[in-house]
Write a protein that binds this ligand. Sequence first.
Ligand code: 0O2
Length: 221
Amino acid sequence: DLDEMLKQIQRTFVTFRLEYKFGLDEITTKVGILREQFDLTYDHSPIEHVKTRLKSVDSMIEKTVRKNCEPTLEAIRANILDIAGMRVTCPYVEDVYLVADALRRQGDLTLLQVKDYIAEPKPNGYRSLHLVVEVPVFLADRTVQVPVEIQIRTIAMDFWASAEHELRYKFAGDVPPELSRTMSEIAGTARSLDEQMTALRAELAPPSPRPGPDQEDRSRD
Ligand code: 0O2
């Protein structure tokens, strides 16, 4: 009957979503390892904090429909690459690329997409580095490749993006032009803060060392 059919559909989506949770678990471990190693190797911590989120079934369906696709599992899998999402916040702009490079070097990850909104900010002023990586997840009976979106940004970028997200939510996407202008100005301030902090960092310490064989050897001493 209908009730049983709905239950079956719900179970299918729960199982489908679980694979993304596992993918996120794998990436969380990877970033956790980087964070600990960075903390030991560098004069400051390049990772300030890490947040993860898993898209709800409702919002994956909503996004698929928004993209003019049928809300089937296949269409969701092919079109929604940010079901599993991680946000990494770093103190300095150079840390953003340090973290991204460390992930990009990992042989078991396949880089599916890079969007560098730091090099090319969005018209509203949004800045962030987005990577979509595919990570293998070993299930009991098969291995699945799971895409995970990783947004890497500075504290200043994150501050701005959180406020802008809240504004958009509050005004249901219809932010008054005056407020949009204010946000655009603040984006400029955030950008200039990042530039000033980069200059300050150059005064504070020599450039961070790249982890290499030297470091590895020293850490074993
Ligand atoms: P949420 O609630 O954060 O999950 P795509 O539809 O993903 O294939 P899109 O949307 O162009 O293509 O991808 P993009 O530009 O990489 O952005 C996806 C995510 O980046 C968004 O997810 C936001 O988290 C963030 N983002 C992008 N632009 C902005 C912006 O102008 N302001 C803020 N605050 N965040 C932004 P979601 O699903 O929209 O939202």
